[in-house]
Structures are given as C-alpha cells and as structure tokens.
Design a protein around this ligand. Sequence first.
Ligand SMILES: [Zn+2]
Length: 213
Amino acid sequence: MAGFRRFRSKYFSGDDGLYNRLSSSGQTPKTLIIGCSDSRVDPALISSSSPGEIFVVRNVANLVPPFESANGFHGVSAAIEFAVVNLKVENIVILGHRQCGGIRALVSGGTQMEKTSFVGHWMEIARTAKERVLKRSAGLDFEAQCKECEMEAIITSLENLKTFPFVLDAIGTRDLKLFGIYFDLEQGQLFEFDPAISGFKQLEIDKAGDKLL
Ligand SMILES: [Zn+2]
C-alpha cells in the first residue's frame, strides 16, 4: 500500500495527472517488449518508461513460440497479435538477459526439463538454440555456454516472430521493426543483435541520442 500511495501521488495528482490522459484517450504504446519473468529484468524499469509507453509480455526466458494454428491457449501469441494488429506498434523488442534461469535449466538439462514440467515443455522452443551453441561452443565452460544460449535464444525468437503472418505483413506494409536486445545484468550493459554479423554488439549507452527506443 505504501508503494501504491507513492505511485498514485506521482501519476494521479492534479489535473495533468498522466492517468487522466491515459484513461480518457486509451493506450498508444509504440513498442512491444517481450521480456523474461525474472524479477531483475523489468522492461519498464530498465527503459525508464512511463505508464502507457510500452506494451509488455513476460514469460520464462523471454521466448516467442512459432506460429501454430492448432487450438490451444496461446497467451504469448495473443499478446503479439493484439500489439501488432490492434495497437499497431512500430517496434518489437525481444529482451534477453544474463543469468536467465530458464536458459540455465535448458543448458543443464536438469529435472525442470522433463517434458511433464511446464518449464521443460516451454523451453523446447529454444532447443535448437541450445543445439547450435553446444555445437559451436563445446569447449566453453557451463556459464559461457549459458550466456551464448541466452543470446542465441533471442535470435530464435526473432525468427519465430517472422512465422506470424500478421508480423510479416506489418513488416512489409508499415515497416514494423524487430530488435533483439541482451541485458547483461552483471555489467549493466546492453547489447543489440546485428543481423549483418549474426551476433550482438554492445550499445554505447553513454552517448547522447543513442538509438534504442
Ligand atoms: Zn530469464
């Protein structure tokens, strides 16, 4: 309650309170961020966003499943559809991070990865990412393999985004942009996927006018 009181006094006080505008005109976020459920990687906090600025989906390991037409409870796909088709966001950001527990479970192959576990079944989305990493980085230690896989899974999710017909359509007709961003929470740094090098480049966050969002 103390936290909500602070939030309320910041956003609801006075005639120009932000929520006066957001409640009367609705939301018009320009960016969809798909982030991890990890308590340390809140997209709104990391991007210093105000209410109404970003549309957010969070799940274990910030994964995008491939487009599937079979019936099911496709929560992530539904949120992507709403953001792209209804809100007409201009950007989609996959926000991965260092020390991801979902990726750690995937790489270690522990009991969480049993198919009967929700996490185990969900992480199947990133299985090809793990296989790519183990193939090219077999000599690396476990932590380094996890870090590689955290980044590789972002690339898998970017590929999966393009299996959704409405995403492809928005890219072609109104220049919807896709970004893969990696948050190194040990160093406090951001990296961006660069398709030209099929890898991640560190963003120069101290420069004025940096390109992110
Ligand atoms: Zn995570």
